[in-house]
Design a protein around this ligand. Structure first.
Ligand code: HEC
Length: 277
């Protein structure tokens, strides 16, 4: 066997090994992605709209009113947000910034000391600047809508997406009392059809874990509440990547430039080639 053969055998093995490795990693990733929203199952889909200023403004207002007391956005600055969201600085500071010692160029470092809050909640409320990058916007959108009453927990609530979360349900007054309910669902037979008893009535079994809001307990109805959370998640998506809209706009110019440049240079190339023939 000469050296060439040894190499070719080795290459075959290396290639097979790499293929196996890649496919195992892929299977592993697939498994890890199972039920990304935990007890809720698949997260609800969230499509951002980062050019919708009124949605972003309403999200910023909800955040500063209900969340900023506990959560910082420490990689953002006050005046950057006011400018990007097209809110005149004066109106922004008069209406949404509650601490008069804050200057427009300050970072949004939060109003709570990390040690104190860790004592109160057992865990300090994390900074939320990059939360949509960390978990995805779908996750955040679903998480904020899946708190339910659970008297065994410290704040009387639990969460389907983040079971055992140490966060109180701060929007309960808007959403109303959400509970886990049970309902009768048809039993499905092996052939995929509904099971029926001898007299033809469908056989049902009790299934629990459905979210249900006690009517009249919240100041918003479900649609309005979902919209509020949509705007809030949209704002957090913007905060996680504030240059996204601008980057995508410039990206189109770059693509356009490449098309023109490639066309011009290929024409030039053709001209030069003529001299050789
Ligand atoms: C009273 C304090 C408090 C308020 C107000 C509050 N949170 Fe929280 N939040 C927490 C704590 C504490 C945690 C950590 C939970 C844990 O890890 O168990 C948390 C966790 C989170 C997480 C999960 C972050 C992660 O990476 O795991 C998100 C998202 C979040 N909060 C969003 C919000 C939003 C949006 C608001 C406003 C509507 C808000 N929070 C208001 C205390 C608060």
């Amino acid at each position: 066997m000469n050296i060439k053969n040894i190499f070719s055998i080795n290459l075959k093995w290396i290639r097979a090994f790499l293929l196996l490795f890649v496919s195992f990693t892929y299977i592993d990733l697939e498994a890890a992605e199972e039920a990304p929203c935990k007890d809720y199952g698949e997260c609800d889909e969230f499509k951002h709209s980062l050019k919708d200023m009124s949605s972003l403004q309403s999200g910023a207002s909800t955040f500063l009113t209900y969340c900023y007391g506990c959560h910082s956005l420490e990689y953002s600055r006050w005046n950057r947000i006011a400018n990007d969201l097209q809110i005149p600085e004066e109106i922004f500071f008069d209406n949404l910034v509650f601490d008069p010692s804050i200057k427009p160029g300050d970072l949004m470092a939060g109003s709570m000391s990390k040690e104190e809050s860790a004592k109160w909640f057992g865990v300090a409320p994390p900074d939320l600047t990059l939360v949509t990058r960390l978990h995805g916007s779908d996750w955040v959108y679903t998480y904020l809508r899946t708190f339910y009453e659970d008297s065994s927990k410290q704040y009387g609530v639990n969460n389907l997406v983040y079971p055992g979360a140490a966060m109180p349900n701060v929007l309960a007054a808007l959403q109303g009392n959400q509970q886990l309910a049970c309902k009768q669902v048809p039993v499905i037979a092996k052939n995929g059809g509904e099971k029926r008893d001898n007299s033809g009535n469908p056989i049902t079994k009790e299934k629990c874990g459905f979210l249900s809001i006690e009517e009249g307990t919240g100041s918003l109805n479900q649609e309005e509440f979902d919209e509020l959370i949509y705007d809030l998640t949209n704002f957090l998506t913007y905060v996680g990547d504030p240059d996204k809209v601008e980057r995508e706009r410039i990206g189109w110019y770059v693509v356009f430039f490449f098309i023109i440049f490639t066309t011009l240079s290929s024409l030039l190339h053709r001209e030069y080639q003529k001299d050789y023939h």
